[in-house]
Ligand binder design. Sequence first.
Ligand code: AP5
Length: 231
Amino acid sequence: MFIILMGPQGSGKGTQAERLLPQFHLESIATGELFRNAVAAGTPLGLRAKELMDRGELVPDDVTIALVEDRLEDQDARRAAGEDVRGALFDGFPRTQAQAEALDHLLARRGGKVDRVILIDVDRDVLVERVAGRRICPNCEAVYHVTHRPPRIEGICDVCGAELEQRPDDVKALERRLDAYYAYTAPIAAFYEQRGILARIDGSKPIDEVTASIQAALGGIRERDASGQPA
Ligand code: AP5
């Protein structure tokens, strides 16, 4: 089963992905997180991505698509070795029409398809408040919010005890990231709407309510076999 979580910066994609992954036995393919890992590892890809991310710009399609293909090939290899791999939840991918078309090709080659696209809708002014209050753990990547989801001890990760930080792109590039979302990513919702697989979710509600709405939207496609095809 292959699901896409779409939505502007701060709409709650990462927050909701964390809750949905275990329930649907899916693996996360979150391109922003993959780029941040590459930045932390200091790879050539990381160096190139950092510059663009810090400016709030998208990483080029060819680089991003190759990164996703690499993750799908990794799943293929593990499945071939007998591991129970049931598909993926794409978080922050695709973000352009070219990426959406490339994903169709990558999945079709594996006999799969995009089963459902969840678009988490939130007004721009709310997004700004959410991103300003977001704190992340640099060690285990847990996500908090200073008022909506505070850690038990201020500034300290509940999970691993590391000191929480603000993401560099949250401090300086939010408006540009939002502009890129509305210019390149929001229009691809129509691509999925035409196929009848898009569900729009009101992401301005509290976190638990948003989770419940997404679960309801995914309810009909819960049971799938290991190849990602309907059982
Ligand atoms: P990426 O990491 O994907 O960032 P993003 O899309 O900007 O999304 P965010 O992580 O900012 O927000 P989110 O929706 O996950 O919100 P969260 O759950 O944290 O991408 C970073 C960069 O990488 C891009 O700018 C680009 O340069 C590059 N990139 C990535 N993918 C790419 C691609 N495909 N192509 C090209 N370039 C790419 O929630 C936000 C805050 O709100 C948190 O503090 C949370 O606790 C709180 N919150 C969440 N839900 C609620 C709620 N319902 N009520 C109250 N608070 C809430």
